[in-house]
Design a binder for this molecule. Structure first.
Ligand SMILES: CC(C)(COP(=O)(O)OP(=O)(O)OC[C@H]1O[C@@H](n2cnc3c(N)ncnc32)[C@H](O)[C@@H]1OP(=O)(O)O)[C@@H](O)C(=O)NCCC(=O)NCCS
Length: 436
């Protein structure tokens, strides 16, 4: 099987002979101003003072888990990482998120972002993460570090006044990112958990993350004195479109209560955008959805629609931990897998001085009442050849092995694919429920 497209072939000796001295941990006092300039050049910051403070808070809240690429002492590339958890089926696994990848306009195509991203994945492995996830700007760039594309999510642009949500209306409370941040993080952490659901960072980062892009207003409810369900919304002008950027609820009923709250806004707001929770179908709660969609088609700001896309990617970082988390199978079997992991060449000259080199190699995956993954030496007959990108997609239940075989991303017999699919066919569609 050919090596992953686009991976530069770099002599492994470079890793020892060229020190990555210009790729270093982020230092707030030294780097914040140049990181802001980089964000400005990427179009992520409009040079407004208020937003400057929010972005600075976001980096301040990260407890030093950021790396930068310095050119003449100025940070021209930055990659941020955060620790958390991801629910896999019935288990919680340690997660690391890669975020805020940006290179300034003078430093593009010098492999700064590639090296810092690869280094960040290696740091996450050293920090004990089983899985890494990120939001992608496009498909392809992060494939070069072993990431595979996640499942589609539905994004809905709805008219609140056309909602008919089967829940009683209750006046909400207003919450505040300063005084309520601890409770808001707790509400996110204890929200209804679904396969693929993530929790990222602590209360400071939850608040800083919600604040960083725009001004959010937060409305919701307390149960037994604690915030149990809320939504964070960014409003635009008088009539929208408004955007729900984050929400949390512990039960389906609480989710419906939040949607019922949105329904109340129909007197004023023409469009609200939200991501559809994986457990329901929003169209069920829209009156005359077909007519709504037809009538507004072509409107610049008011077109109502439901669109799907896959915006996140994931990669297995600790194969044994990921395999162990899978449900038992009745008939034990093992698969010898030749895994190609494209991350290693990008660690060259990245400043990473640990031992993690990715998962490239031959592995025996043994499935039964419990499962194991062990590296083995070459020479055994191979049952499956694949990349860590594709293996991650199968493991998460994004695509079945049979589809990956048809795509050429899994090379194995139909029998092996069928057996592997017995491990994942019950998994619901993974949904992170958190914008990272
Ligand atoms: C994306 C970005 C971080 C890349 O930074 P960079 O330091 O120039 O990246 P690198 O030099 O490490 O890597 C560039 C390589 O990636 C490749 N690449 C870029 N986009 C790609 C894609 N969608 N698919 C495959 N490869 C891609 C380039 O072709 C180039 O390959 P080469 O090295 O063989 O020439 C930079 O363009 C940027 O800051 N963009 C704006 C902000 C943004 O979108 N950030 C990402 C947030 S998820």
């Amino acid at each position: 099987m050919p090596l992953w497209n686009g991976v530069p072939t770099i002599d492994q000796m470079d890793r020892q002979t060229i020190p990555g001295s210009n790729l270093v941990p982020f230092d707030f006092d030294r780097d914040m101003e140049s990181v802001l300039r980089t964000w400005s050049e990427a179009g992520w910051w409009d040079d407004e003072d208020a937003q400057k403070e929010k972005i600075s808070d976001f980096f301040m809240a990260n407890d030093g888990r950021t790396v930068v690429g310095l050119i003449d002492g100025s940070a021209e590339c930055v990659v941020h990482r955060t620790l958390g958890t991801v629910r896999y089926d019935q288990q919680l696994l340690s997660l690391g998120c890669v975020s805020a990848v940006t290179t300034s306009r003078i430093a593009r195509r010098r492999r700064l972002a590639s090296r810092l991203t690869a280094r960040t994945v290696a740091h996450l492995a050293d920090e004990g993460c089983a899985v890494a996830m990120l939001g992608m700007f496009d498909q392809g760039f992060y494939d070069r570090f072993g990431f595979g594309t996640g499942a589609y999510e539905n994004h809905a642009w709805i008219y609140p006044g056309a909602l008919a949500v089967p829940a009683p209306y209750q006046a909400p409370q207003r919450f505040d990112l300063d005084s309520d941040s601890e409770e808001l993080h707790e509400a996110m952490a204890s929200r209804l958990s679904v396969h693929g659901g993530v929790v990222v960072g602590g209360e400071r980062l939850t608040a800083a993350g919600m604040r960083v892009d725009d001004d959010v207003s937060i409305y919701g409810y307390r149960t037994d004195g604690q915030i149990s369900h809320f939504l964070a919304v960014v409003t635009t002008g008088e009539h929208g479109p408004d955007r729900i950027t984050q929400w949390a609820y512990q039960t389906p009923e609480q989710c419906l209560e939040l949607l019922r709250l949105v329904q109340e806004w129909g007197d004023q707001v023409d469009v609200v955008r939200l991501t559809e929770p994986v457990w329901l179908q929003l169209q069920d709660f829209i009156v005359d959805p077909g007519a709504q969609l037809r009538r507004t088609k072509g409107s610049q700001t008011g077109a109502l629609r439901i669109e799907a896309d896959a915006w996140w990617q994931a990669r297995i970082v600790d194969l044994a931990a990921c395999v162990e988390a899978m449900g038992p199978v009745d008939e034990p079997f093992s698969v010898v897998v030749r895994i190609e992991d494209p991350v290693e060449p990008h660690l060259v000259n990245s400043g990473y001085d640990g031992d993690w080199n990715g998962l490239d190699g031959t592995w025996r995956l043994s499935f039964g009442a419990t499962h194991t993954a062990e590296r083995i030496s070459d020479g055994e007959p191979i049952d499956l050849e694949t990349t860590i990108n594709a293996l991650t997609r199968w493991w998460l239940g994004v695509l079945p092995a049979s589809t990956l075989v048809a795509m050429g991303a899994f090379e194995c017999t139909a029998d092996t694919a069928d057996r592997m699919d017995t491990l994942t066919s019950h998994l619901p569609k993974p949904q992170p429920g958190w914008d990272f």
